[in-house]
Design a protein around this ligand. Structure first.
Ligand code: FUB
Length: 369
């Protein structure tokens, strides 16, 4: 996650771009101004906010015990100044939500885990995910440790909604952000990583590179392969990596790696995996180009071949999603900033997602023009 952009924060949505250009064109004729204002008011979002009593983002949705459970980030106003590493995304706890059916209102189950109850964590409780095994529920989450290095933690509960009890230490050998757990039969795989503010680029050598404070240090050159998201099978007790982490390759259709300079297609953050017709779909945010893109492979480890975009940019800088099957239909959960207009105060949304007959996914425009 990051804010490296000279663009105004909201300039990525059609609605916000129109508002911005309307505000920035005061010398223009009255006629031009009127047209722009009219266009702005005609813009509509594809979906309504799902939750409005608190700010929520980065939704990981699952079906557990016949209900839909959502594990989001809990966005809050922050006294921490905005910076390029996303320090103002200064979340400190998690709430879990459940829905009886895909049309019902999400129920807030209250505080599920607070940073003060995680001995190793200092701040920035970012995008979490959850998994169920043998009647126990595991919450996976990133947070900065006391050295300001992102690590991944696990917390355990007997109930999908928590409250969760955190392990005293982060997962051994863990780093970066955005854990996502995918169950394939009896095996569980954890995917993770996020560049820039998510620090993945600082682990290129296997050690933390503290060459500078800038989140843009340590990136490969534009013509080198992009930084890879990570995968590891989970241990039987679900609390640690069960094998040495491996890099995931995202390839072009000609088999060559997607390059670091290819910001339209390279992995940035928000990994998610779902399985459809025996193929593995790896989806992710492209960060500064704001798409949710996807790639398809024959194994949970990849390699994955880039296919295209599932979800076009939402209002707000970040784009982060999950994909879940409910009653034989597929849904994408995501967020935008419709309620606040502030990039760090997001609200959840959801819409149906369609796999085409050839296995590709129909692209979704979250802002109606
Ligand atoms: O919510 C904080 C960060 O913003 C997440 O970890 C990223 O994926 C981005 O959505």
């Amino acid at each position: 996650m990051n804010l490296k952009s000279s663009k105004p924060i909201l300039a990525l949505s059609a609605a916000a771009a129109l508002i911005f250009s309307a505000c920035g064109n005061q010398q223009n004729s009255e006629e031009t101004e009127e047209v722009k204002i009219e266009e702005t008011t005609q813009s509509k979002f594809l979906s309504e906010p799902l939750i409005s009593h608190i700010y929520t983002a980065d939704p990981s949705a699952h079906v557990f015990n016949g209900k839909i459970y959502i594990y989001p980030s809990h966005d809050v106003e922050s006294v921490v100044e905005e910076d390029d590493s996303g320090a103002h995304f200064n979340m400190r706890d998690y709430h879990v939500f459940s829905m009886e059916t895909i049309d019902s209102e999400p129920k807030d189950h209250g505080l599920a885990l607070d940073v003060d109850d995680v001995p190793w964590a200092k701040r920035q409780m970012w995008a979490p995910d959850a998994a169920e095994k043998d009647g126990k529920f595991y919450l996976y989450f990133p947070a900065k440790d006391h050295d300001d290095i992102f690590r991944l933690g696990v917390a355990v509960s007997d109930k999908p909604e928590g409250p969760f009890e955190a392990q005293p230490e982060p997962m051994k050998g863990s780093f970066s952000i955005d854990p996502a757990v995918f169950q394939d039969g009896n095996e569980y795989y954890i995917y993770w990583g996020g560049i820039w503010g998510g620090q993945l680029q600082k682990w290129r050598t296997g050690e933390y590179l503290s060459t500078g404070d800038s989140p843009y240090d340590d990136e490969p050159a534009d013509d080198e392969p992009a930084i890879s998201p990570m995968i590891a099978k989970l241990s039987n007790d679900m609390l640690e990596f069960g094998e040495a982490p491996k890099e995931i390759k995202i390839l072009d259709k000609d088999g060559s790696p997607i390059l670091a300079g290819d910001h339209e297609r390279r992995f940035f953050e928000a990994a998610w995996v779902h399985k459809y017709n025996d193929k593995y779909y790896f989806s992710y945010s492209t960060g500064d180009t704001h798409n949710i893109a996807y790639a398809i492979g024959d194994s949970p480890y990849g390699p994955f071949t880039y296919q295209g975009v599932i979800l076009k940019p939402v209002q707000g800088w970040t784009n982060h999603h999950s994909i879940v099957e409910v009653d034989e239909k597929w849904y994408i959960f995501y967020h935008d900033t419709e309620l606040s207009g502030e990039t760090h105060l997001r609200n959840l949304k959801m819409t149906e997602m369609t796999h085409n007959a050839d296995g590709t996914i129909e692209m979704i425009e979250p802002i109606l023009k």
